[in-house]
Design a protein around this ligand. Structure first.
Ligand SMILES: Nc1ncnc2c1ncn2[C@@H]1O[C@H](COP(=O)(O)OP(=O)(O)OP(=O)(O)O)[C@@H](O)[C@H]1O
Ligand SMILES: [Mg+2]
Length: 312
């Protein structure tokens, strides 16, 4: 796969503050990338440089091989941006708003109207396209901004904390749009401080802390890494839990620890391949099993363990 974003030693200083510090980042085409970091970590500053709106102090950005500052027209053809803050002309309706931007992008009338229909339906605003923006909910406004970002058919979409301030339904709708765009092959660069959102939407994550990229990997690899560190856990839920089950499991080869709570047995094992042996042993001894789950660490545990490591 080819790289769609490549940065080299990307750095932004504001007087004495280094907001982004020597960022070397490569994102593959078609990836869904979650850019995680607390408030003030440098997410927005990075996005502004990647999209060509803010000049770095040093370093470079290439989008689909084009330098975003030296070859900005070619680079920007690939980019859609949903910024963290946006101004909308509230007296316009969605159609008029998009028409304004379509004209600004230099689209011909027919192409523009066709694209407007496409993006309006993509963000599910068909029924309200003739209503004034000032009558829109926050969620509808956010969806309109996404439509605007998609108008010039980008292959790479940046979204800077797109669900902040939305209610659960509004956030759910925005996430669904992102999911369907990703499914169609669009590269997604999603900045967020919501771990479950990134877990839900992204394949790869980068964690930025005080302007420094402290981790860059797939969620899958990070999960495995943490499992290696902390162990593999299997949860077995039983109809009734008998003392002998605990003893039985403790004596099995490959079982490291056994905990119990309510009708569940939590087993730490050397390898998850042991699951079928655990289950058959329990069944053979009269255990009625309701469910078996491999307990994988989630992004929250990964994030906490990484910041823990950093402190130590
Ligand atoms: N134009 C500016 N002038 C001076 N300092 C700035 C400017 N823009 C950002 N900063 C500083 O750079 C640092 C990174 O800010 P940035 O907005 O990139 O963080 P962020 O990760 O997007 O945070 P948030 O989650 O709050 O949106 C912060 O300390 C911020 O105060
Ligand atoms: Mg920000």
């Amino acid at each position: 796969m080819a790289a769609i974003i490549e940065t080299e030693h990307l750095t932004k200083k504001f007087k004495h503050l280094t907001a982004v510090n020597d960022l070397n980042l490569t994102i593959e085409e078609g990836d869904t990338f979650g850019f995680l970091g607390p408030n003030g970590a440098g997410k927005t500053t990075t996005i502004r440089m990647l999209t060509g709106f803010l000049k770095p102090t040093t370093g470079s950005v290439r989008i689909q091989g084009h330098d975003v500052f030296r070859d900005s027209k070619k680079a920007k053809e690939h980019i859609g941006l949903v910024p963290d803050m946006f101004g909308l002309y509230e007296v316009l309706n969605a159609d008029e708003h998009l028409r304004y931007y379509g004209t600004l992008y230099g689209m011909g009338d027919r192409e523009r109207e066709k694209e407007i229909d496409r993006v309006i339906s993509l963000v599910d605003l068909d029924e309200r396209r003739k209503s004034k923006i000032k009558e829109y909910s926050h969620g509808m406004k956010q969806r309109l901004v996404i439509a605007q970002a998609l108008l010039n058919n980008p292959t790479l979409l940046f979204l800077d904390e797109p669900t902040v301030g939305l209610d659960p339904k509004g956030a759910y709708e925005v996430r669904n749009i992102i999911k369907s765009l990703a499914k169609e092959g669009m590269t997604i660069f999603l900045s967020s401080h919501l771990l479950n959102e990134v877990q839900d939407l992204c394949r790869t994550v980068g964690i930025i802390h005080y302007g420094i990229l402290i981790k860059l990997d797939t969620i899958n690899n990070l999960t495995k890494e943490l499992q290696l560190q902390k162990g593999n856990f299997i949860n077995i839920e039983l109809a009734t839990l008998k003392e002998k089950f605990i003893k039985l499991l403790r004596e099995m080869k490959g079982v490291e620890k056994v905990f119990q709570y309510q009708n569940n047995i939590k087993v730490q094992v050397k390898s998850t391949e042991l699951v079928s042996d655990l289950v058959s042993n329990l069944v053979k001894n009269g255990g009625k099993i309701k469910s078996v789950t491999e307990m994988k660490p989630d992004l929250e545990q990964i994030f906490l363990s990484l910041t823990e490591v950093k402190k130590a």
